[in-house]
Design a protein around this ligand. Sequence first.
Ligand SMILES: [Zn+2]
Length: 266
Amino acid sequence: MSCPSFRGRPPLSYEGQMRRIFLLVFIIALSGCSALRSAKLFAPTWFGFVQIADGVYVDDAMHASQQEELLKTIAVAKGRVSDFFGHLEGDPTIFACSTEACFAASGGFTAKGTAYGSSRVLLSPRGLGLVTISHELTHVELYSRVGDFRAWHAIPPWFDEGLAVLVSQDPDYTIDTWLRATDNGRGAPALKLLGNAVPWAEGQLSYGTARHVVGEWYSRVGSEGFFRLLRGIKAGRDFDFLFGRTPFIPGLADPLPHAGGPPGAS
Ligand SMILES: [Zn+2]
């Protein structure tokens, strides 16, 4: 469903503003619109979230022992992402749900978790483990490094997701499982199809292919090439040019078909 717009109206009196705030809260509480549901995260304590640490909120149904485990897992996940990036510049607010009802009411869908740019992460009860939290924090860190606008505008989703799968060390996406799923790479989809004709729910074909391409690229360019890419994006340069500037070396280590152009073409 479409979301109501609040733009383009004349300034309101104080009473008018208060009425609008109450109306907004009322609409958010009742609406089926995901964008409005996720807007609850701007006022989390109004909607059943409690703060358990600096930048960490959980639904009030989460058991104390699960809260404790969550904080430990977040610390380890931050370490994992920091190891890859050198240090963390992102400082998101994390919202963790212990129930599917909390997740859906806060704007979540079927994913284990969702990152909203560099500012917020929403975790489902299926996404409270190390891999999912590391995955979402990788999105956050990438966006933090280049800026939300640049990231949204310039970074293709396959790179964003492939990097997150790589950095989170997701055990579901190994080279062996990907080779089996793609007939040794011959059946791998084009990168531009990922998230579109090949939905992310396809798993090995989508996340697996993205992870393989980003991993193969990173194995060639290393952290130096990775940070060069980030600097280039931040400076407004073209992603495909930056990603494809290192000559592609075909071979068994990278069984993806590249007949259509450089791996970054999307
Ligand atoms: Zn992701």
